[in-house]
Design a protein around this ligand. Structure first.
Ligand SMILES: C[S@@+](CC[C@H](N)C(=O)[O-])C[C@H]1O[C@@H](n2cnc3c(N)ncnc32)[C@H](O)[C@@H]1O
Length: 279
């Protein structure tokens, strides 16, 4: 019998580690933690799975118009670093949704470990089939997820449905900015079969058609090049950190990072922010 899988199943399988919580616990022990001493900042090397880490999250968040008591949807929440950051720094209630069941379980476990962080929850769901009724959230964030979503129109229609009128949608995705073919593996896809990197115009068109006004757009290429320069120099001095993104990316981590850096340096792709408001 031939077994067929959907693209979303292939993507979730590509991200799955198999023993991620144990690997993170082992990293924490190498950092000298015994379990009860872990704080949110101890996880920053691993729980922000995007170019620029914690700084990129903070830079995006400050454009979202957030305040205490607001409800935020974090789309493709990974192991929960962005959701915990938004809850802690802005006092928001955050629902993180993600396709990869193991990431959702680890996001929940880490939130218990460091906190608990009030008002943060996670569930397995797709960005193109969001849980809950219309107008449930005041704002939405999505960091380095659209590269795995083939249908940007469907994504934007779903996010528009989930947001209240006036709600902001903040995107930070790697987008195609030059004509070059990409080398794989990349951090979000082992092969081109699960990668759907698109030009900013594709996002803009999908967003406007779904009822968003685009308030700001920023190409973060220079920030990314500087980020990778610092990571490289730190690693050449002291090797990979006990808790780093190499744990999430598995055996091909070094090739994934090298391909990403090269593709950014030659101007094929760049991390780009888009800040939008639902009409
Ligand atoms: C590169 S990681 C980024 C995680 C997180 N946003 C962060 O910045 O730390 C991409 C995440 O998107 C999730 N993902 C990919 N496609 C998705 C989809 N259609 N719906 C929900 N999550 C998705 C993956 O499971 C993975 O956790």
């Amino acid at each position: 019998m031939m077994v067929t899988t959907t693209i979303e199943e292939d993507i979730a399988r590509d991200y799955a580690h198999g023993a991620l919580e144990e690997a993170i616990q082992a990293g924490l022990r190498r950092m000298g933690h015994s379990g009860t001493t872990v704080r949110g900042e101890d996880l920053v090397g691993i729980d922000q799975f995007h170019v620029g880490g914690h700084q990129a999250t903070a830079d995006l968040a400050e454009q979202m118009g957030l305040g205490p008591g607001m409800s935020v949807l974090d789309i493709g929440s990974g192991i929960g670093g962005v959701a915990r950051f938004l809850a802690r720094h802005y006092g928001c209630t955050v629902v993180g949704i993600d396709l990869t069941p193991e990431y959702v379980a680890v996001a929940e476990a880490l939130t218990r470990l460091v906190g608990p962080v009030e008002g943060v929850s996670f569930q397995v769901a797709s960005a193109t089939d969001l849980p809950g009724g219309a107008g449930r959230f005041d704002a939405a964030s999505m960091l380095h997820v659209g590269m795995n979503i083939p249908d940007k129109d469907k994504l934007c229609v779903e996010v528009a449905r989930a947001l209240k009128p006036g709600g902001r949608f903040a995107i930070y995705d790697v987008m195609q900015v030059g004509g070059n073919q990409l080398d794989y593996p990349l951090p979000w896809a082992s092969t081109a079969a699960t990668s759907f990197v698109a030009e900013p115009t594709v996002y803009r068109r999908a967003l406007e058609a779904a009822g968003f006004d685009i308030l700001a757009e920023r190409n973060r290429r220079e920030f990314a090049v500087e980020f990778f320069r610092r990571v490289k120099s730190r690693q050449s001095e002291s090797g990979p950190p006990p808790l780093g993104l190499h744990i999430l990316m598995g055996a091909e981590a070094q090739t994934k990072i090298a391909n990403l850096m090269r593709n950014i340096e030659i101007g094929a792709i760049a991390p780009i922010e888009l800040i939008c408001r639902r009409r």
